[in-house]
Design a protein around this ligand. Structure first.
Ligand SMILES: Cc1cc2nc3c(=O)[nH]c(=O)nc-3n(C[C@H](O)[C@H](O)[C@H](O)COP(=O)(O)O)c2cc1C
Length: 174
């Protein structure tokens, strides 16, 4: 895909079908993450955990789902068959680990779009996951790593469609 087409095609997918992505596509997204800018080129403190085991994903879904009397429970991973968790070795005072991971995730989102796959930046529900020490252990991250963000990927229920460019952010040119 042309670069501008990728930018305009990317959107957050919130409904996936159950088909698993193939290994070549996964590797292409992981390559995009590996090539992301990381502060000081200190690659040693960022880790990715790819989860495709449907039973483990179900457990994670359960742990992440908001349990409230008023709100209808909804799948925080939107049925995605693959989730890549990004963790960092601790979080420094300036939160640079979140920026590093944000860069890697954006690369994954764009790589997924280029493959006509849907993608979702996952953040909000991870607060609940971090409280489930047993599940965190199952993810087998290196010692001292904390999950900061995740990306869900898979085949979107609705195919991606190009959007018109929008000026979403305010800008000053001085
Ligand atoms: C840091 C960050 C965290 C996000 N967390 C979530 C999330 O937990 N769940 C979700 O459905 N979308 C999440 N999103 C996706 C945004 O809601 C989405 O990008 C925004 O609504 C704009 O829509 P678009 O991606 O289709 O352009 C997150 C995006 C970012 C950048």
């Amino acid at each position: 895909m042309d670069f501008t087409d990728v930018i305009l095609m990317r959107r957050t997918t919130r409904s996936y079908d159950s088909r698993q992505i193939n290994e070549a596509d996964l590797n292409s997204m992981l390559m995009a993450a590996h090539m992301a800018p990381i502060a000081g080129a200190d690659y040693s403190k960022t880790h990715m955990t790819v989860v495709q085991d449907s039973r483990l994903l179900d457990e994670i879904r359960q742990a992440c789902t908001m349990k409230s009397k008023d709100a209808k429970p909804r799948d925080p991973l939107y049925g995605a068959p693959t989730v890549i968790f990004f963790s960092a070795h601790g979080v420094s005072k300036d939160y640079i680990e979140y920026s590093n991971i944000g860069c890697a995730i954006e690369n994954v989102l764009l790589a997924a779009t280029n493959l006509d796959l849907g993608s979702t930046y996952i953040w909000g529900c991870l607060r609940r996951l971090r409280q489930h020490t047993g599940l965190i252990e199952k993810l087998g991250m290196p010692n001292g790593y904390v999950i900061l963000s995740a990306v869900a990927v898979g085949y979107p229920m609705e195919p991606l469609a190009q959007r018109s460019p929008a000026k979403n952010l305010s800008v000053d040119i001085i």
